[in-house]
Design a protein around this ligand. Structure first.
Ligand code: C5P
Length: 225
């Protein structure tokens, strides 16, 4: 891993605003973006499509290594392809998120994704969004941020995102799923979701997206002047 290309690691639970903030920061700086959650969701989608046994870690690790993924940036938007199929919307369902969190608890799957994630570290810089960007994938990142928010607020945000996409969900069911996913992500033995000791923690519960972007850009200016 080259240490020269700067990395901003943005970690935190689902619905804390990581995706939107990371996109805005990458756009503002003209840096690359790694949506590592999309990779776990792609593994999930591929496993579902192949009716793979979700308890078979070796099979899932093989599937992960052979994942034919392509990220295409079209203007501001990124389309995601799996084996030539556009799955940009399919990976965003709650089912993909839940299965992603199951496969993400397997050390062999995480290991199989490490090199692929590190290959995104390219000049002029990388904004990496995930759960273990600062702790495991890019431990040398000079700026590590942990975004969080109350579970009620995170569920509300996710509900709105899905509704806006025309996906029908119930808020209580979503909130329950989110808590279950948080628990699984935080309690797993490998790369559990938590802020590393050198991360700057930002609670976004009462902050707007532009407020968070402004704070993060200030930290970026201090870290990479
Ligand atoms: O961020 P997103 O909701 O797309 O991530 C889906 C799931 O993938 C998470 O719930 C988590 O289990 C897993 N994940 C992970 N490590 C990452 C990114 C995502 O374990 N770096």
């Amino acid at each position: 891993m080259t240490t020269k290309v700067p990395v901003i690691a943005i970690d935190g639970p689902g619905g804390a605003g990581k995706g939107e903030i990371s996109r805005a920061i990458a756009r503002e700086l003209g840096w690359h973006l790694l949506d590592s959650g999309a990779l776990y969701r792609l593994v999930a989608l591929s496993a579902i499509a192949k009716s793979a046994d979700l308890a078979d870690a070796q099979l899932l690790a093989d599937l992960t290594r052979n994942l034919a993924v392509r990220f295409d940036n079209v203007g501001e938007y990124c389309r995601v392809f799996l084996g030539g199929l556009d799955v940009t919307e399919n990976i965003r369902t709650e089912e993909s998120g839940q299965v992603a969190s199951v496969v993400a608890s397997m050390p062999a799957v995480r290991e199989a994704l490490i090199t692929r994630q590190r290959s995104f570290q390219q000049a002029p810089g990388l904004v990496a969004d995930g759960r273990d960007m600062g702790s495991v994938v890019f431990p040398d990142a000079r700026l590590k941020i942990f975004l969080t928010a109350s579970v009620e607020e995170r569920a509300r945000r996710r509900y709105k995102q899905l509704k806006d996409k025309g996906i029908d969900v119930s808020l209580p069911a979503l909130s329950k799923d989110m808590q279950e996913r948080d628990r699984r992500d935080s309690e797993r033995s490998i790369a559990p979701l938590r802020a590393c000791s050198d991360a700057r923690v930002l609670d976004t519960t009462r902050l707007s997206i532009p407020d968070v972007v402004q704070t993060v850009l200030q930290w970026v200016g201090e870290t990479y002047p």
